[in-house]
Design a protein around this ligand. Structure first.
Ligand SMILES: [Zn+2]
Length: 149
Protein backbone atom coordinates (compact mmCIF):
# COMPACT_ATOMS: atom_id res chain seq x y z
CA UNK A 1 0.00 0.00 0.00
CA UNK A 2 1.38 3.41 -0.88
CA UNK A 3 1.66 5.98 1.85
CA UNK A 4 0.92 9.02 -0.28
CA UNK A 5 -2.70 8.12 -0.91
CA UNK A 6 -4.80 9.16 2.06
CA UNK A 7 -6.94 6.45 3.59
CA UNK A 8 -10.67 6.20 3.37
CA UNK A 9 -12.49 8.04 6.13
CA UNK A 10 -16.09 8.21 4.96
CA UNK A 11 -18.54 6.27 2.84
CA UNK A 12 -18.19 8.91 0.10
CA UNK A 13 -14.40 8.48 0.21
CA UNK A 14 -14.86 4.75 -0.21
CA UNK A 15 -17.08 5.16 -3.27
CA UNK A 16 -14.72 7.73 -4.74
CA UNK A 17 -11.71 5.50 -4.13
CA UNK A 18 -13.36 2.62 -5.97
CA UNK A 19 -14.24 4.88 -8.87
CA UNK A 20 -10.79 6.40 -9.14
CA UNK A 21 -9.28 2.91 -9.09
CA UNK A 22 -11.62 1.85 -11.83
CA UNK A 23 -13.17 -0.81 -9.59
CA UNK A 24 -16.57 -1.90 -10.66
CA UNK A 25 -19.13 -0.84 -8.08
CA UNK A 26 -21.46 -3.75 -8.27
CA UNK A 27 -24.59 -3.84 -6.15
CA UNK A 28 -22.93 -6.41 -3.87
CA UNK A 29 -19.81 -4.35 -3.42
CA UNK A 30 -21.87 -1.30 -2.60
CA UNK A 31 -23.95 -3.26 -0.08
CA UNK A 32 -20.83 -4.43 1.70
CA UNK A 33 -19.47 -0.89 1.94
CA UNK A 34 -22.84 0.41 3.13
CA UNK A 35 -23.07 -2.27 5.79
CA UNK A 36 -19.58 -1.59 7.11
CA UNK A 37 -20.14 2.15 7.23
CA UNK A 38 -23.59 1.90 8.75
CA UNK A 39 -22.60 -0.53 11.49
CA UNK A 40 -19.25 1.08 12.30
CA UNK A 41 -18.16 -2.32 13.59
CA UNK A 42 -15.37 -4.66 12.66
CA UNK A 43 -17.03 -7.73 11.24
CA UNK A 44 -15.93 -11.11 9.98
CA UNK A 45 -16.78 -12.20 6.45
CA UNK A 46 -19.29 -14.63 7.93
CA UNK A 47 -21.06 -11.86 9.86
CA UNK A 48 -21.13 -9.65 6.80
CA UNK A 49 -22.65 -12.47 4.78
CA UNK A 50 -25.31 -13.14 7.43
CA UNK A 51 -26.26 -9.51 7.92
CA UNK A 52 -26.63 -8.86 4.22
CA UNK A 53 -28.79 -11.90 3.77
CA UNK A 54 -30.86 -10.93 6.82
CA UNK A 55 -31.48 -7.62 5.08
CA UNK A 56 -32.81 -9.54 2.13
CA UNK A 57 -29.75 -8.94 -0.06
CA UNK A 58 -29.10 -11.98 -2.13
CA UNK A 59 -25.36 -12.38 -2.09
CA UNK A 60 -23.34 -15.56 -2.13
CA UNK A 61 -20.62 -16.57 0.28
CA UNK A 62 -17.94 -16.54 -2.40
CA UNK A 63 -19.01 -13.17 -3.63
CA UNK A 64 -18.69 -11.71 -0.13
CA UNK A 65 -15.17 -13.12 0.23
CA UNK A 66 -14.08 -11.97 -3.21
CA UNK A 67 -15.39 -8.48 -2.69
CA UNK A 68 -13.78 -8.18 0.75
CA UNK A 69 -10.47 -9.35 -0.72
CA UNK A 70 -10.63 -6.84 -3.54
CA UNK A 71 -11.63 -3.95 -1.27
CA UNK A 72 -8.85 -4.80 1.18
CA UNK A 73 -6.23 -5.17 -1.55
CA UNK A 74 -7.10 -1.72 -2.89
CA UNK A 75 -7.01 -0.13 0.55
CA UNK A 76 -10.69 0.78 0.47
CA UNK A 77 -11.50 -1.03 3.70
CA UNK A 78 -9.58 -2.14 6.74
CA UNK A 79 -8.63 -5.75 7.39
CA UNK A 80 -7.29 -6.80 10.76
CA UNK A 81 -5.95 -10.21 11.62
CA UNK A 82 -7.18 -11.63 14.87
CA UNK A 83 -6.49 -14.97 16.48
CA UNK A 84 -9.93 -16.20 15.45
CA UNK A 85 -9.79 -14.84 11.92
CA UNK A 86 -9.97 -11.68 9.86
CA UNK A 87 -12.16 -8.74 10.66
CA UNK A 88 -13.15 -6.01 8.26
CA UNK A 89 -13.70 -2.36 9.12
CA UNK A 90 -14.91 0.62 7.16
CA UNK A 91 -12.03 3.03 7.80
CA UNK A 92 -8.81 2.29 5.91
CA UNK A 93 -7.06 5.45 7.06
CA UNK A 94 -4.48 4.70 9.77
CA UNK A 95 -6.20 4.68 13.12
CA UNK A 96 -6.01 3.09 16.51
CA UNK A 97 -8.27 0.62 18.24
CA UNK A 98 -9.78 0.20 21.64
CA UNK A 99 -10.40 -3.48 22.33
CA UNK A 100 -13.28 -3.90 24.74
CA UNK A 101 -12.49 -6.91 26.85
CA UNK A 102 -16.06 -7.36 28.01
CA UNK A 103 -18.05 -6.79 24.83
CA UNK A 104 -15.31 -8.01 22.44
CA UNK A 105 -15.95 -4.93 20.35
CA UNK A 106 -13.19 -3.07 18.57
CA UNK A 107 -13.69 0.67 18.51
CA UNK A 108 -11.95 3.01 16.09
CA UNK A 109 -10.17 5.91 17.68
CA UNK A 110 -7.80 8.61 16.45
CA UNK A 111 -5.02 9.43 18.84
CA UNK A 112 -2.03 11.66 18.41
CA UNK A 113 0.97 10.72 20.50
CA UNK A 114 3.02 13.53 21.99
CA UNK A 115 6.20 14.20 19.95
CA UNK A 116 8.32 13.25 23.01
CA UNK A 117 6.92 9.73 22.86
CA UNK A 118 7.78 9.39 19.18
CA UNK A 119 11.29 10.69 19.83
CA UNK A 120 11.65 8.22 22.68
CA UNK A 121 10.64 5.32 20.45
CA UNK A 122 12.99 6.47 17.70
CA UNK A 123 15.92 6.81 20.08
CA UNK A 124 15.27 3.47 21.71
CA UNK A 125 15.10 1.64 18.39
CA UNK A 126 17.24 3.72 16.05
CA UNK A 127 14.39 4.19 13.61
CA UNK A 128 12.51 7.02 11.98
CA UNK A 129 8.87 6.59 12.85
CA UNK A 130 6.54 7.49 10.01
CA UNK A 131 3.29 6.23 11.45
CA UNK A 132 1.75 4.35 14.29
CA UNK A 133 -1.29 2.44 15.44
CA UNK A 134 -2.11 2.04 19.10
CA UNK A 135 -3.97 -0.94 20.54
CA UNK A 136 -5.84 -0.05 23.71
CA UNK A 137 -7.54 -2.58 25.92
CA UNK A 138 -10.23 -1.92 28.46
CA UNK A 139 -13.78 -2.21 29.65
CA UNK A 140 -16.88 -0.26 28.75
CA UNK A 141 -17.80 2.40 31.27
CA UNK A 142 -21.51 2.72 32.01
CA UNK A 143 -21.25 6.51 31.83
CA UNK A 144 -19.26 6.67 28.59
CA UNK A 145 -20.62 7.28 25.10
CA UNK A 146 -22.63 4.28 24.08
CA UNK A 147 -21.23 4.11 20.55
CA UNK A 148 -23.21 2.06 18.07
CA UNK A 149 -25.74 -0.57 18.95
ZN1 LIG B 1 -10.64 -0.07 12.68
Amino acid sequence: MTTDTPGVRSFEDAIQRCQSLGMRLSRQRRSILELLWRSGEHLSAREIYHRLNEQGQVIGHTSVYQNLDALTAQGVIECIERANGRLYGSVSETHSHVNCLDTQQILDVWVELPPEVITQVEQATGTKVTGYRVEFFGYRQPSGPSGGT
